[in-house]
Design a binder for this molecule. Structure first.
Ligand code: MF3
Ligand code: CO
Ligand code: CO
Length: 274
């Protein structure tokens, strides 16, 4: 258990979904904003010839320069500040020596801890010119996330979120990954509830004002099945089809929801034109 885990121990696994107040919303706004600024900063660097390890170094420097801690460093043995998931990698790709090349699609996922609050977000980056089908997958995945977010309001359920995502993704002849889900967060990185990206309207947990969680659909061009490689982290599509993901951290409000990880620079989805 890391120091951060130990400090949060009383907050973990109490079996109830926390309903946060105004101060917590303020904390999440700060953490979410810095997380989004980190992803904004990386837009200019995710280019052909750059390694995923260099992007990781940039994210680490950005975090520490701004008084934040990357939540994934020393998280269950993970050692990096970002996950870099390329092409058929679904999630949890490990940064390293891999050089980005023209035509790659890359997800960068970063979680920054600011004053104890976790901002967790990811976006897709198009490396140079990419194929039309890759570009379309990225567009469908962004729209799937936003449809899931649009379903968030008090009285709706986690199943409403999943159903909105699944219905849209499958209508576009893509598939929704089942084996990874969104999660509650706040002072804890991965908390209850699980946010499945598929499901039935009306099923699951009823949403209430003050709940914080991520929505982070992984969408495949081929079939939904995934497998985890021998490194224990890298999840890939079993059929090696392309996969994409976007993630926001949100809070349920009286009226609907607040997105904590909105890009201050307006770089929500590619092309970022930087
Ligand atoms: N940021 C990821 C998420 O969205 C978690 C990454 S855990 C790691 O929940 F250890 F793989 F980095
Ligand atoms: Co997450
Ligand atoms: Co994440």
């Amino acid at each position: 258990m890391t120091y951060i885990d130990a400090a949060d121990a009383p907050e973990r696994n109490i079996g109830q979904i926390k309903l946060h107040g105004a101060d917590a919303f303020e904390g999440m706004r700060k953490a979410g904003r810095l997380t989004a600024e980190c992803l904004d900063m990386l837009c200019a660097h995710a280019r052909p010839g750059v390694t995923t390890g260099e992007l990781d170094d940039l994210a680490f420097a950005f975090a520490t320069d701004h008084g934040a801690i990357p939540a994934t460093v020393h998280y269950r043995g993970f050692r990096h500040s970002i996950c870099t998931s390329l092409n058929h990698v679904v999630c949890h790709g490990i940064p390293g020596k891999r050089v980005l090349k023209e035509g790659d699609i890359l997800n960068i996922d970063v979680t920054l801890i600011v004053e104890g609050w976790h901002g967790d977000s990811s976006r897709m980056y198009l490396i140079g010119d990419v194929s039309r089908r890759a570009e379309r997958l990225v567009e469908v995945t962004y729209e799937a996330l936003m449809r899931g977010i649009a379903a968030v309001r008090p009285g709706a359920t986690t199943g409403d979120i999943g159903a909105a995502i699944q219905e849209y993704a499958e209508s576009m002849r893509t598939s929704v990954v089942r084996d990874f889900c969104g999660h509650g967060l706040g002072r804890v990185f991965h908390d209850v509830p699980n946010i499945l990206h598929f499901g039935e309207p009306g099923q699951g947990t009823i949403l209430k004002p003050g709940m914080f969680f991520t929505i982070e659909p992984m969408i495949n061009l081929g079939r939904h099945q995934v497998k985890v490689l021998g490194d224990g982290w890298t999840a890939v599509t079993r059929d090696r089809s392309l996969s994409a993901q976007f993630e926001h951290s949100v809070g349920v409000t009286q009226e609907g929801c607040e997105i904590f990880t909105t890009s201050p620079a307006g770089l929500h989805r590619p092309p970022y034109a930087t």
